[in-house]
Each structure stands twice: as C-alpha cells, then as structure tokens.
Design a protein around this ligand. Structure first.
Ligand code: URA
Length: 436
C-alpha cells in the first residue's frame, strides 16, 4: 500500500479495494503515515464519499486496529446508545443508569467534544476524581458490579479512530457519512456490544443539518452495524435548539442530577430519555414491546434506582462517594452567573443552535486545539425552549463565566443566537423518525 496512491484514487472518485483500506488504516494506527496524509485522505473521502462496501471495510479496519472486548459470563445482554452529537445533549448521563437498572449491561465508550458539539467525557470530568481511563479490567469489573460505566476511548480501543477523529476535528472533515459511520461503529463494535440504539441528530446544531442527510447517515450506521451482527436501530431527533435547558459541562451534570432526582423535567428531555431507554430495552431483548419498556424505564427513574446506580458508578470511577447527596458541593461553579435579558417581548421562535455550542467554546467550555484544557464551570442554564413567551428584560438564559468580560461577550453571542417573534410558534417534535 502506497498512501499517496490510496489518497489519489479517492481524490479521483475511485472505489478503494477493502485490502487497501485495511492497509491504510493499519498504517494510520501505527503512525506510519503523516498527519498531512491522513488529513488529505479524510478530505478526499469528504468530497467523494464511500460505497457501502468501502464503509464496511473502513469500519472493520478501524475496529481491528485495537482490542475487541468480550462480555461472556456477564449473564445479561450488552447494549449501548450513541449520539452523533448536539448541544445540551446530556442524555447518556441519565439514560445509561436507567437502562442498567432495567437489566441491560451498558459499557459506554464515549467521546470528548467534537467541533461545536459537547462531549459526555468532558461533562463527566467536571466531577472531581472521576477517572475516564480505568484499565480494561477495572472497566469490566465496574460494568459487572454496577451494571454500567461511562469511560473514554483508551489507546487499546479503535486507536485508528482516535487518531483520525482528532485530525478530522481540526480539518473540517467531521460531517461525512462514511467517516462518521466508521468512527462511531469502530468504537461500538470494539466494545463488544450485542445491540445499539443510535441518536442521529438533525437541524442547525447537528453535523447533518437536513433530515435527508440525517436519514442517509442513520441508514448507513444501521446497515453496517446490523451487517456486523449488532442489532441496531436509529432515532432521528431534532437539534434545532439545545436539548436540555442548559449547555456546558458541570451545568449539564447538575441538570442530570436534578432529572434523576425527579426535580427537573422539561418535556423534550424526558421524552427523549424514555424513548431511547425503551428502544434500548427492546433492542436488547429484555422487553417485548415499547409500551412495556416505557413503563420499566419510568419505574427505574421514579423509584430512584437509576440515581442510585449513577452514584455507585461515579464512586467506582474514582469520584466522591457522596456525589448523589452532595453534588452541589462537588461540582465546580463559575464565579460569574448572570441573566441574559430578552431585548424585546414575544415568543422564542428559533435558535442558531450551532452558535450556542460555539459560545460555550468561547467561554472555555470546549476546545480550540485538541490538547486545550477546558473550564468545566462555564456554559448556559435555564435556556428557554422554542415556543416560550418572554417579556422584555426577562431572562432568556443565564450565562456562567470565568469573569465579567467573558460573560459580556457570551451574552452578546447568545442574544445573537435567539430569534424572538411576535407570533406564537410550535417547536418541531423532538423525535422525528425511526430507522430500523
Ligand atoms: N461521534 C463519533 O464518535 N464520531 C464522529 O465522527 C461523530 C460523532
């Protein structure tokens, strides 16, 4: 395999033989090709796409670039959910313990923020002591004891994706169907799952802005995963506004704690968490119908069992043993918290959602370069949903910032993201389509 030949073929729109893809990905994982060559390859794929056969080869090559976990002897089905990325998308934090409480083991390998979107790992790192990289042995032990664990991708799991992901993040090559399919599924197949439920986001805060593109991505992921023996379906969900009523890191963990304690609803977030729990329980085979699965998920949430498991998981991962009782004391808090006042009366009618994510990055809550440290304290809370009536001067949200200057800048950026109209507006439904 000559890397520049592989790049040339893809640049010219030719189909790559699976053996060439395997060899290229192996060389990528072993650092035998340069960052420039990887970036050129990613850009060639971005422009010319890949056939179904090439996408399967890419996914399997990335899976096989590291260890493939096995969960024999667990005595439970093993399932997971993955999102293509959004703003205020803290669903995994609440969903995984609900599903674990219902009898499905969830070994969740999550990512950091990518592009303008937030990452579950960055959120969890707001919790003091939480070690996102336990050994493989410890990861397994926690999944066995607690029922789930949320960890980072170590060098042993799909190392080819780890390198390619970091290069795509800074070369504008994230939003490509074959690259997203290969990236997500290489990690999920390496995690040894039996079932997977995908959250494919669409809208102005998603990588796939149009419903049509989201459907193409969902179909690609569902087909490749089912073809590899993992029972998979996808829900296409709306990302035309932040999903939870907050965006950031510690603020999203705080929201998850309130949700799991029964103190924070919001119909959109509740609907999506329960819907994903139900599909995961049905895909894993522990419930026979979505209605029965809905009831099981509501019981796990309402009884406090999911909250209990969250606390056990945090403690097992190195976080405080009393996190559930004292999360307010443990989570870092920004020194400046200020309301963002509506400049006119009316109805919240639209968000530039991507820009809300960029405003979080501007507050230090995300990265500009792969190795940047992030400020977990920052972000936005109490973001009003689309359709909500506001009066002039009333808060549209609260900004959490490291200092007054950042707060002022982020307030301006946030106001620029919100449209207020005179007429009432109906928000889009949160769940748009099932692809199975
Ligand atoms: N999540 C991933 O893990 N990879 C992508 O490419 C996009 C979202």
């Amino acid at each position: 395999m000559i890397p520049q030949e592989v790049i040339r073929m893809k640049r010219n729109g030719e189909s790559l033989p699976p053996a060439e893809i395997y060899a290229f990905i192996k060389a990528l994982a072993e650092n035998r090709i340069s960052e420039g060559q990887v970036a050129a390859f990613a850009m060639a794929v971005w422009f010319n796409g890949m056939s179904a056969e090439e996408t399967v080869a890419l996914t399997l090559a990335m899976r096989d670039s590291g260890d493939v976990m096995r969960w024999d002897g667990l005595g439970k089905p093993v399932g997971d959910k993955h999102s293509t990325g959004g703003i205020g998308d803290n669903v995994s934090l609440m969903l995984a313990p609900i599903v674990a409480a219902c009898g499905v083991a969830v070994p969740m390998i999550s990512g950091r923020g990518l592009g303008h979107t937030g990452g579950t790992l960055d959120k969890l790192e707001s919790i003091p002591g939480y070690d996102i990289f336990p050994t493989a042995k410890r990861f397994r032990a926690i999944v066995e004891q607690v029922g789930y664990a949320i960890v980072g991708q170590t060098g042993e799991i799909a190392p080819a994706d780890k390198r390619l992901y970091a290069i795509r993040d800074v070369t504008a090559t994230v939003d490509s169907v074959p690259l997203i399919t290969g990236s997500i599924l290489s990690k999920k197949l390496a995690a040894g799952l039996q079932s997977l439920t995908m959250d494919v986001k669409t809208g102005n805060g998603a990588f796939m802005e149009s419903l049509q593109d989201a459907e193409i991505l969902a179909r690609s992921i569902v087909d490749v995963a089912n073809g590899a023996g993992v029972k998979t379906s996808a829900l296409i969900t709306d990302m035309n506004q932040p999903l939870a009523d907050c965006a950031g890191n510690a603020v999203e963990v705080a929201h998850a704690m309130q949700f799991l304690s029964g103190n924070k609803g919001g119909t959109r977030i509740h609907e999506i968490v329960i819907a994903f729990a139900s599909h995961m329980l049905v895909n894993a085979g522990v419930e026979g119908s979505l209605e029965a699965a809905d009831a099981a998920a509501e019981r796990a949430l309402g009884s406090g069992r999911a909250l209990e498991l969250f606390g056990q998981m945090v403690a097992a991962m190195g976080g405080p043993k009393d996190f559930v009782e004292n999360w307010k004391r443990h989570l870092p808090v920004a020194p400046v918290i200020a309301p963002i006042a509506a400049t006119a009366p009316g109805y919240v009618s639209a968000y530039k959602t991507r820009n809300v994510g960029l405003a979080v990055i501007g507050l230090g809550g995300g990265r500009l370069k792969p190795d940047d440290a992030i400020d977990h304290r920052t972000g936005f809370t109490e973001i009003l949903p689309i359709g909500q009536r506001v009066e002039k001067g009333q808060p549209l949200a609260f900004v959490h910032a490291a200092n007054e200057a950042d707060a002022a800048r982020a307030t301006g950026a946030f106001l620029d993201c919100v449209t207020i109209s005179e007429m009432p507006v109906e928000p889009a439904p949160v769940i748009l389509k099932l692809i199975s």
